[in-house]
Structures are given as C-alpha cells and as structure tokens.
Design a protein around this ligand. Sequence first.
Ligand code: PMP
Length: 363
Amino acid sequence: NPLTHVVSIPPYPPGRPTDAVAREFGLDPASIVKLASNESPHGVAPGVIAALAEVDAASNIYPDFDCYDLRHAIAADVGMAPDQVLPGAGSSEIILLAARAYLDGTRKAIIPQYGFQSYEGAVRSVGATPVFVPVKDWVPDIDAMLAAVDDDVHLVYLASPNNPTGTVLPRAEIERFAQALPPHVLLVLDEAYREFLAPEDRPDIARLFQMRRNLIVMRTFSKIHGLAGLRVGYGLGDGELLQVLRRLQLPFSVSAQAQAAAIASLSDSTFLERNRVENESERARVAAALEKAGVRILPSGGNFLLLEVGDGPAISRELMRRGVIIRPVANYGLPTWIRATIGLPRENDVFLGALDEVLRAAG
Ligand code: PMP
C-alpha cells in the first residue's frame, strides 16, 4: 500500500476550540478556560496591533518570501547573520523541512521518548523510520541517544524545555550532545519554550554552533510572543544549510501579517520579560497548589505543567464538561497524566477549582 507510511502518522490532536466546547456542553464561551495548547494568556505586544493595521491594506500582494526585514530583525536579536535565519509558518514548518531535507525511505531519525509529536509525523511523512530513545528521569538520555546513532540515522530532534513533559535538559548536557553527535547527523534543537527559562539557564547557542555545523536551532513566535494564530517561527543555522531547506519551503508560507507582527513583537523586550516573570510566578503558584493537593507534577521550564491524575482522558472530559479545556497526553504513552497550560491567575484558579472537584468525584 503506497499510503502505509502516511497512515502511520499519528494525527495531530489540537486543543478543542472554545466555541466548539461551548456548543457541545451548552456553556457560555466567555466562561470557558482554555489551557490546552500552551498559548499565551498575555495577548500580543501593543506594537503588534499597530504593525498589523499597516499591512492590512496589502493583502492583495504576496508577502516577501525572502522575509528580508524579519530575517534582519531576528539576526540582530540573536546575534547572528541574516542569512543564518530561516523563517517558517510556525516552527512546525521547520520541523518538516528538516525531515524533508535529511531523510528518505532508507533513513532514520532519533526522537527522545515523550518528544513533541510533530517530530514523528514529519519523519514518517517522508517514509523514514523514527527511533525512539527512552528518557532517563524524564529527560533525554544523551548517552542512549548517542548509542542509537548509526550510518542510517541522519537527524535528531531534541526539545528543551520539552513538550509535553516541560522538562529541561541542562545546558552542559546539550553541549555534550552537540559535541559528541557524529557530524553527518543534523541536530534540530527545538527552543519553542526557551524564553520561559531564566536567561542564565538558556543554552548558549553561539557555543553550540562552534561545536557543530550540522545544527538548526528552532524558535517560535507562538508561545511567549503570543502570536500562535499568525503562524511564524524560525530556524537558525549555517547559511548554506538553510538555503537547502529553503528549496523545500512552500512559497510565501509566512504571511505579511505574520512577518510584521513578529518584527514588532521582537522589539518589545519589556512585554516579553513581563510575560516570563508572570508565567514563572503563576507556574510556581499552581505547582504548589497541586503538590499541596497531593497531585504529582513534573518540574517544568515551560508555560505548562504535566500532572498525574489517574485516568487522564476521563479527567480531561470531566474538566471539559465544566468549561476547562486541558490536554490529555495518552497519545504520548502517558495515559495517567494531563498537561495544563499556565494561564492568567483567574484562569488558573478556575482550573484548580475544577480539578479539585473532579478528582474528589473520581475518589
Ligand atoms: N515545538 C514544540 C516543542 C512545541 O510545543 C510546538 C507547539 N506546540 C511547536 C514546536 C510548534 O509550534 P509552532 O508551529 O506554532 O511554532
């Protein structure tokens, strides 16, 4: 069957939209708390609204496929050259481009256990074989991953903080891996949640690029920037390598609106820092409340927590009936856990209250 590798792709399970849940359960959409997709509760930077108003009139024109202004803005922000930046339609597009460039039906890619689900989809979409390497104490096991490398392995996806676990791989471990991974393997370091880490805990990517050329560092505007709806992220890496990936890109995949909004958002460091600090304090508050209630949680470096609740899918349904949308993670082989995004204090209180009620009812 020529479709075998396609039907082996796990379907992407998006968080249910607020309106759909409101209709199904007869709830007021305004009362629903959605903590299912690690979206930002802080909206967008004020400058984004003005930037979007300016591009609106240009919707009859294709966007700049070269993303000239955005690449220059990102380059200045990260301290690299503009040709070392490749914007995409979310970092999701970069995940896919890496697989399309480096893999085929004869090749394999390493994915740590509990790695973000799109990695497997990308690998299988080109007929390649994923090699899942068990984690050690909930974080990727660097030595086990190195041991899994052979001549057929051409790609490794590694996220820190990781989704859905939230766990952080220490900087020194990432560096050890970048150094030891054979040069023929592309390392995709997924930093979708980087900005939620304290600055001193963030990987030093200049050091990583000194250690290996075959590296793409991936970031997104969907999380701390609050631009998930516009679909924009980027890869950082060697200019020639990115040119190869670019050949595989869907033309004009990053809209003019997304480009303008991303540029405006990058310039508002006050907004970003405030979001980080608020996430950190709310995450600590929610974690403490859960621990006090006897709920096991994993340490998280992201804008979400993974918590053990018993029957994850059943608890998720009960929460949804009460207007709280979180993410069951049974599809990751974690049927007793759920993932909850950190929202505004009021939203987190609604979540904690509903969870308390549901867990009591479940006994
Ligand atoms: N990587 C990780 C680890 C993620 O959690 C997500 C979003 N859930 C993505 C990549 C993709 O995000 P986007 O395409 O919106 O940039």
